[in-house]
Design a protein around this ligand. Structure first.
Ligand SMILES: [Zn+2]
Length: 381
């Protein structure tokens, strides 16, 4: 029998957790989708990670940038074997297989793949359901801490009179982190007021919630929550739950307009909205994060900053058909070159998919975002 070694396909569909168990890797702790702990080659405490969802491991320290990869690579890395040896350790010897045994291996591989696709799909549906429960349980934002928070951020009631339907308030939003040492379990480390924004898919269905935990005693109005796992670090005050890919937070509509302004953050999008003299002329949507605005980009040597969209990404965000002009607002951040590349990729995708559409990027200024500017104005005034 000629053709590709069927053990390759089989190895790639072995659940990473099973491979880890067989390798008896010690000291790994479940953190979200990752197992984190010491590297079997260079030691340490938490430099080594295995993502159980993507099936990729990586040593972030001494073993170098090549110490990452799939199931076979993990066996090579852990046991110091070559590729052939690792494949044999995982799937048995190649020689002497009968046609029936090869067929059995193919069947097993296909079955593994189907099972893992099913698990991923179920996880996605579960998270969407939880997100929708949170959204529908939340109440109107007007007259709550959300209004005070936005005012604190320079989005004052005089300029921003009507609270969008896509923003709600939850007085008792639970902040959870992966429970230490218990796979798939979560523990609540804070319960308190939060701004809840609906991320909706192209059909208008809520598929995720974007939550910002509030603490009005802080200068920026956001919660400063120390990470119980790393006492010197502060956890992000914002989290997204559900499936955000391809979705957006629709903050401002304008009937019969053909221009859309989109920024990464809710506050930045609202800042752009109230900065415009005639806000009724455009739609203001928040893109949730840069990755979502960009979609998948083409990868390869020299392509990191090229900003070329991977048009095979069928789930990437696209503006609705009525958009003729799409403006992305670029915030100031730590890696402006990569940010620009991502925004360009998103605009190029939109221009390819919507012939006639014009795309452009506006900058809020070096190292600042629009909301900083707005807050500065308020402080100065
Ligand atoms: Zn290492």
């Amino acid at each position: 029998m000629k053709g590709e070694d069927p053990r390759l396909g089989e190895a790639k569909t072995l659940p990473m957790a099973d491979v880890v168990a067989r390798l008896e890797l010690a000291g790994l702790v479940r953190t979200g989708a990752e197992l984190v702990g010491p590297c079997p080659q260079c030691g340490g405490k938490d430099r080594f990670g295995i993502n159980l969802q993507t099936g990729i491991f990586q040593c972030r320290k001494d073993c170098g940038p090549h110490a990452k990869g799939d199931q076979v690579a993990l066996v090579q890395h852990t046991l110091g074997m070559d590729f052939r040896g690792a494949l044999e350790w995982l799937c048995g010897p190649a020689e002497g297989l009968t046609d029936a045994e090869r067929e059995e291996r193919r069947r097993k591989a296909a079955e593994n793949r189907r099972r893992q696709d099913g698990i991923a799909q179920k996880r996605r549906e579960d998270s969407i359901r939880v997100a929708r429960d949170i959204w529908f349980a939340a109440g109107p934002a007007e007259g709550t801490a959300v209004r005070d928070y936005l005012t604190r951020r320079g989005i004052s009631p005089e300029l921003f009179r009507t609270m969008p339907q896509s923003i709600r308030f939850d007085p008792v939003a639970r902040y959870t982190i992966p429970a230490e040492g218990r796979a798939g379990a979560w523990e609540t480390i804070h319960t308190g007021p939060a701004m809840i924004c609906a991320v909706v898919d192209p059909a208008g269905r809520v598929t995720a919630v974007h939550r910002t935990w509030l603490d009005l005693s802080q200068p920026k109005g956001k919660l400063l929550l120390p990470d119980p796992r790393k006492p010197c670090e502060i956890l992000p005050a914002k989290k997204v739950l559900g499936s955000k890919k391809g979705g957006a937070i629709r903050l401002g509509f304008a009937p019969s307009c053909d221009t859309m302004i989109m920024a990464e953050g809710v506050e930045t999008t609202l800042s752009a909205m109230i900065a415009e003299p005639a806000p009724q002329a455009s739609a203001y949507w928040c893109g949730v994060d840069l990755g979502n605005m960009a979609g998948r980009m083409q990868r390869g040597p020299g392509l990191k900053y090229a900003g070329l969209p991977d048009m095979d990404d069928s789930e990437a965000w696209l503006p609705p058909e009525w958009v003729k002009r799409l403006v992305f607002v670029q915030d100031g951040d730590s890696d402006p070159k990569l940010t620009t590349a991502k925004l360009k990729a998103g605009l190029r995708r939109a221009m390819i998919k919507r012939p006639g559409l014009r795309g452009s990027i506006v900058h809020a200024g070096e190292g600042r975002d629009l909301n900083d500017i707005l807050m500065g104005q308020r402080d100065e005034g």
